[in-house]
Design a protein around this ligand. Sequence first.
Ligand SMILES: NC(=O)c1ccc[n+]([C@@H]2O[C@H](COP(=O)([O-])OP(=O)(O)OC[C@H]3O[C@@H](n4cnc5c(N)ncnc54)[C@H](O)[C@@H]3O)[C@@H](O)[C@H]2O)c1
Length: 343
Amino acid sequence: MALRFGLIGLGKHGMQAVSPAFFDPACTGGALVAVCDVNPAATAAFARPVEAKYNDHRRMLAEAGLDAVYIAAGMDHHYRLATDALRAGKHVIVEKPMAATLDECREMTDLAQASGLTLAVNFETRYSEQNEILRRWIREGRFGEIDALHFTNMWDGHKSFGPIQQRRARLMELAGALDCGIHKLDQARFLVGGVWADVFARGAWMGEDFTPPTHIGIVGQLDNGVLVTLNASLSWAAHIDPRPMVNTMEIAGTEGVAICRSSRDFRNMTMELFSRTLCETHELRPTGHTSDIVLVVNEFAEVVAHGRTADTILASGEDGYWAQYATEQANGQAIRGRIRREP
Ligand SMILES: NC(=O)c1ccc[n+]([C@@H]2O[C@H](COP(=O)([O-])OP(=O)(O)OC[C@H]3O[C@@H](n4cnc5c(N)ncnc54)[C@H](O)[C@@H]3O)[C@@H](O)[C@H]2O)c1
């Protein structure tokens, strides 16, 4: 039976990506029965059929008869909203980044565990066809021992001018380039396991005045020895009109390698895989937020009902914690190591 969900946060993502997922016929795991936003204009603008709308999440938790909440407010609100929901006995899906600090992430995971409730983080790109193919290659042993993963994730962060520059500024001040790059930090662990042993980073600010770097280079190592590099940027091409985005990944293994490249508009991806035993090329059409969130909600309902298995894709609170660990280490190092240019 579908879980009764309340959605907290009707901003761009809640309105355009998360709420439509619940009204997709393929979404059998959850039914959206209530929505909440502190901004009355946002709840008033919410036109889909729900039983009730709220401007105070505590009222929604007390009155709406929910099994679970989906939190799509900004990351600086995630901790309070998630801990209130867990204390009210609700299962939680929280958007990435899981919370503003590592301590908050730990408290959230501890509370969920102590309450016997499911806490998941929306790392929806785990469900991509790219990952499905890479995981098949890993299962079949075609890479041999994977020694290194290299990512580039540079796009224009909604532009530094135009209608959503305020929203861009909000998310940039919270996590900088890693607001989006965090998906890759999670993808590394999702593919090869382990936890972060070491994270080194330096940043660039591209003429902007945010605390975390808007453009960052990371060299990390997982405790299973795998080297991970990531170039992430939300200021890449953000100050000009063209949108030449870059999304690439390479896997280096002792017996095989993979080269993945998105087209400049992110609409297509070419994957080339080479090993001793097989070579393959795939042309993919990546799916959008909404269809991936349908998969997240459906698997979340399975996990609530039956627990996690070795095949579970859904990111746990622990996964959210480790993504935040790498983010916090990288942003902290980049900020401390910043060399300001002479004016
Ligand atoms: N998974 C993804 O790929 C992906 C993509 C985009 C955004 N996100 C995440 O989704 C979250 C929301 O992003 P957004 O771009 O929609 O932000 P946004 O700023 O556009 O919207 C946030 C909304 O939350 C509301 N809000 C804030 N505090 C609240 C509270 N206490 N109770 C109820 N509502 C509250 C705000 O009024 C606003 O309407 C962020 O964590 C972001 O990182 C994830």
